[in-house]
Design a protein around this ligand. Structure first.
Ligand SMILES: Cc1cc2nc3c(=O)[nH]c(=O)nc-3n(C[C@H](O)[C@H](O)[C@H](O)COP(=O)(O)OP(=O)(O)OC[C@H]3O[C@@H](n4cnc5c(N)ncnc54)[C@H](O)[C@@H]3O)c2cc1C
Length: 372
C-alpha cells in the first residue's frame, strides 16, 4: 500500500497462525484455542501472494529464499519474522520428546492444547510446576499470567491443588502487582520460588515427572517447562543471528547488521529496550514496511518512534498492563522518557476490570488489522 510498485510474498508455514496473547486464557477454559487462530485468506485478498511452506535456506548473494519443497523465491528485500525457538539443550534431560510430557506451550498451539488437557486430567490435589526462564524471553509477563490463569482453573476445578513457579530470576516485572493479586484472588495457591531460593531449573527427570533445581527436586502432576530461548532456527541459516542467539538490527529500518537486504522483526530481533511482545512486533512490522517502501524508492528512512503495550490476565475481569514508547537512540531502541505506564500496585477493582477490557480490545484490533 505504501509503495504500489512493490510486490509482496508472504511465506506461511501452515494454514493458520496461532496468536499467543490471551492464549493463557485457553488454559483457564476462558477461551477456545480456535479464538487464537487466524487464516491468511484476507491477506491474500489484499494483493499479497501467499506461498505455503517453510523457508529452509536463504542465499543472501543470489537474494533468494528457498522453500522446503525446492521452490525458490527471489527478493530485493527479505523480512524475517520467525519468532523464537526454545533452547532444547539448555536443561539437562529436556528435548522435543520431553516436551510431549512436560510441555512448554510457548511456540505452538498443539503444545497449549496438550497443557490444557494435562490440567484437566490431573488429580484434585495435584501439583502443577511452571519453570520460568532467564531473560531475554518472549513475553516477559507471560509465565506469571500463565500461573494466574492456571490458578483460576485450579481454584474452580481442583481446589486442593497447588501451583509452584520455579524462577531462574530473582525478580520479575510487575512482581508486586502480581503477588498482591495472587494473595487477593488465589490465597495459598501459588508459591513463587526465585533464583536465590533455588528456583533455577537445571534438569528434568521425565520418567518421574520431576524438576530438579540448584537446591531441590519437585515432583509434578503437570510440569510446564518454559526453557531459555533464542531467535528461531532460520535466522542462523540466514546468518543474521549473532553469538547471543538473537539478531542485531538497525533500529530505523530493522535491516540486519550482519547481512544486507535482510530485515528482522519481532521476537527474533535485538530491539534494545523493546520487550519481545506482539504489540512491539506489530509496530516493528509497520516501521520496517515503511522503511523498505522508502528504500526501494531511493529515499532515506528517518527514525520513527514506536509503542508497546502488554496485558496480563489474572482473572476474567482483572488484568495488569504495562506500556512504553521507544525511539532509535545511538543505534538502539531506547525508552522515551516519561512514557512508561503500568497498573499501579494499589489499583482499584474498576481499574483492573478496565485493563481486562483493554486487553480484549487490543487483541481484537491487532488481529483484525493483521488478518482482516
Ligand atoms: C503465553 C504467551 C503470552 C503472550 N502474551 C502476550 C501479550 O499479552 N501481549 C503481547 O504483546 N505479546 C504477548 N506474547 C508474545 C507474542 O506472542 C510474541 O511476542 C509475538 O508472537 C512475536 O511475533 P513474531 O512474529 O516475532 O513471532 P511468531 O508470532 O512466533 O510468528 C512467527 C511465525 O513464523 C513461522 N516460522 C518460523 N520459522 C519459519 C520458517 N523457516 N519458514 C516459514 N515460517 C516460519 C512460525 O511458525 C510462526 O508462524 C505472548 C507470548 C506467549 C508465549
Amino acid at each position: 500500500m505504501l509503495n504500489p510498485t512493490c510486490s509482496v510474498t508472504l511465506v506461511a508455514d501452515g494454514d493458520t497462525y496461532t496468536a499467543f496473547p490471551l492464549s493463557n486464557a485457553v488454559l483457564a477454559g476462558l477461551r477456545p484455542l480456535t479464538a487464537q487462530q487466524f487464516g491468511y485468506d484476507k491477506i491474500a485478498g489484499s494483493g499479497v501472494e501467499i506461498a505455503a511452506g517453510r523457508v529452509t535456506g536463504i542465499d543472501p548473494q543470489a537474494r533468494t529464499a528457498r522453500l522446503g519443497d525446492g521452490r525458490s523465491i527471489p527478493y530485493d528485500r527479505l523480512v524475517i519474522a520467525p519468532g523464537i525457538d526454545v533452547k532444547f539443550d539448555a536443561i539437562k534431560g529436556y528435548g522435543e520428546a520431553a516436551a510431549e510430557v512436560m510441555p512448554h506451550a510457548w511456540t505452538n498451539g498443539a503444545q497449549v492444547a496438550l497443557l490444557a488437557k494435562q490440567l484437566e486430567a490431573m488429580p484434585e490435589d495435584g501439583v502443577v510446576v511452571i519453570s520460568a526462564p532467564v531473560a531475554p524471553l518472549r513475553c516477559p509477563l507471560g509465565p506469571y499470567e500463565r500461573a494466574s490463569m492456571m490458578a483460576l482453573f485450579l481454584k474452580a476445578r481442583k481446589p486442593k491443588a497447588k501451583l509452584i513457579v520455579l524462577d531462574s530470576k530473582d525478580s520479575f516485572i510487575l512482581q508486586k502487582q502480581f503477588e498482591a493479586a495472587w494473595a487477593e484472588l488465589y490465597p495459598g495457591l501459588i508459591e513463587w520460588i526465585g533464583l536465590s531460593q533455588g528456583g533455577n531449573l537445571t534438569e528434568v527427570d521425565v520418567a518421574n515427572k520431576t524438576l530438579i533445581t540448584d537446591f531441590e527436586s519437585y515432583k509434578a502432576d503437570v510440569a510446564n517447562v518454559i526453557p531459555p530461548q533464542r531467535a528461531a532456527e532460520i535466522t542462523s541459516t540466514a546468518g543474521v543471528a549473532d553469538r547471543t542467539g538473537w539478531c542485531p538490527v538497525d533500529p530505523i529500518t530493522f535491516e540486519s547488521q550482519l547481512v544486507p537486504n535482510i530485515h528482522v522483526i519481532g521476537d527474533a530481533a535485538i530491539a534494545g529496550a523493546m520487550p519481545k511482545a506482539a504489540s512491539a512486533a506489530s509496530a516493528e512490522g509497520k516501521i520496517c514496511a515503511a522503511a523498505i517502501a522508502e528504500l526501494l524508492q531511493g529515499k532515506t528512512p528517518q527514525p520513527r518512534e514506536l509503542g508497546s503495550s502488554c496485558y496480563s490476565l489474572i482473572a476474567p475481569d482483572f488484568a495488569l498492563a504495562i506500556g512504553d514508547k521507544y525511539r532509535p537512540t545511538d543505534g538502539q531502541f531506547m525508552e522515551v522518557e516519561g512514557n512508561a505506564t503500568s497498573t499501579p500496585a494499589d489499583a482499584t477493582a474498576a481499574q483492573h476490570a478496565q485493563e481486562a477490557k483493554s486487553a480484549d480490545a487490543w487483541f481484537a484490533a491487532t488481529t483484525r488489522e493483521t488478518f482482516g
